[in-house]
Design a binder for this molecule. Structure first.
Ligand code: PA5
Length: 430
């Protein structure tokens, strides 16, 4: 189970305020009862239980097909259409997934920017290898993945011909009202659906996240079981509900001027989980010229750069540390006869045990420097733990949004950039 440790917040807010979770409870009630704003977009709340079993089984079969006939899977999608999958793959298989020895395909991500240089490299990497495409877009009209799809699909058709290229193209989109779905059906691509009541950034437990994750050899049953377990745990409205405690603490601190929340972890494989979290909270809470600004740091790396600001800069930060229990790493520290670096006192120690000690050391320093620290603890780093952690953040985000009195399930602010670039490119009006 996921736990919220608020001992690092205690010096900054009163015990009574920390314990008063009435607002969080009310927000949670409105989410569950479907009485809150945007209730039509809360299909993610029960998804770990209500997911389409037939599609789930097709996802697993399709993943096996891709594993058997492809050296590479290109995932094409942006924002909520790729971050969840990448977060899971990197956390469980490390950021070096493509470089580790394995019997599953490499996975590259396209359509995540408009960089021609980036896409040139992707094309260069895959052109002489067997590959398949998973094009993921709920709307089917987002420019970045749309452009990448055209480029990569042309490569696929040139390489294999229309029929085989169609067999290697998998589309995940809205089942109705998406011209992408109509196109996919016309072309004979295999399709998967994004339920209409689930927005992109809440879609990790749908085909959006599950197909790429299954191709990486990750156990979907365990992932969903972890999410389901957490969903059931967080359903209860008791005072120790970790999602209530988290949502309440970050809001209290925001009201005190802690306008930035810095999600920090102590492992580089957490990077994309941080990116997923950042999108989830930024698009959900950044409304009406208010909301906590979500950012991330990777420790201990960033303790040698951002650490200075956290310790000594403006006191506008709440730090949320995500920690994982579980097994130590394989490597221990060798003894050196010369002890030139005075590190012999560490010889024989497991490196991960030292990393774990960096957490209380960092917490103490930052609290001392005036930065409240929330700690979110997962039992381990398995599929099950990760399913639980992702669900925990989704629910906490929904609760936080309702507590702030905003609509947490839309993102009208991202349209301005889209309109401008379309105008600059001379998009014809329909
Ligand atoms: O959370 C969201 O809904 C967005 O971030 C979308 O995921 C993102 O903009 C991609 O949209 P689409 O899947 O329609 O291409």
């Amino acid at each position: 189970m996921i736990k919220t440790d608020l001992s690092g917040v205690m010096p900054f807010v009163s015990k009574a305020d920390i314990e008063n979770i009435t607002e969080a409870k009310l927000a949670h009630q409105r989410l569950l009862s479907g009485e809150g704003i945007g209730a039509g977009y809360t299909g993610w709340i029960h998804l770990p239980e209500t997911y389409d079993r037939e599609e789930f089984s097709r996802i697993k079969d399709t993943a096996q097909q891709i594993i058997s006939d492809s050296d590479v899977l290109i995932v094409i999608g942006i924002g909520g259409s790729y971050l969840g999958a990448r977060a899971i793959i990197e956390l469980l298989k490390t950021a070096e997934y493509n470089n580790i020895s394995k019997d599953t395909p490499d996975i590259y991500y396209a359509g995540i920017n408009l960089s021609g240089y980036y896409l040139d490299h992707i094309v260069d990497i895959i052109k002489d290898r067997d590959f398949s495409i998973n094009y993921i877009s709920k709307s089917g009209s987002t420019m970045e993945p749309g452009i990448a799809f055209r480029v990569i699909r042309k490569l696929l058709v040139d390489k294999y011909g229309e029929e085989e290229a169609a067999r290697r193209t998998y589309v995940t989109t809205s089942p109705s009202g998406s011209s992408l779905m109509d196109y996919a059906v016309k072309k004979g691509f295999k399709t998967f659906s994004i339920p209409s009541d689930i927005g992109g950034r809440y879609s990790v437990f749908s085909a959006v996240g599950l197909l790429p994750v299954a191709v990486a050899g990750i156990d979907l049953d365990r992932l969903m079981a972890g999410a389901r377990y957490e969903m059931n745990q967080l359903r209860n409205a008791d005072d120790n509900n970790p999602a209530f405690l988290y949502a309440n603490a970050r809001r209290l601190l925001y009201k005190q001027g802690k306008k930035i929340e810095l999600l920090s972890s102590f492992d580089p494989s957490f990077r994309y989980l941080g990116e997923w979290w950042r999108q989830l909270f930024a698009e959900s809470e950044g409304k009406n010229h208010s909301g906590i600004f979500p950012s991330t740091t990777a420790f201990t790396t960033d303790l040698h750069s951002m650490g200075q600001y956290v310790q000594d800069g403006e006191r506008i930060i709440t730090e949320t540390i995500v920690s994982f229990g579980g097994a130590p790493s394989v490597l221990t520290i060798p003894k050196d006869e010369d002890n030139f670096d005075n590190l012999n006192y560490l010889s024989g120690m497991n490196i991960e045990d030292i990393n774990k000690l960096a957490i209380p050391a960092t917490k103490a320093a930052h609290i001392d420097g005036g930065v409240p620290v929330i700690e979110i603890r997962a039992d381990g780093r398995s599929e099950y733990d990760l399913g639980a952690l992702l669900y925990f953040f989704e629910l906490s985000c929904g609760i936080s949004g309702y507590m702030a009195g905003i609509m947490p399930f839309d993102q009208p602010g991202v349209e301005a950039y889209k309109r401008n670039i379309a105008a600059l490119l001379g998009k014809p009006s329909l």
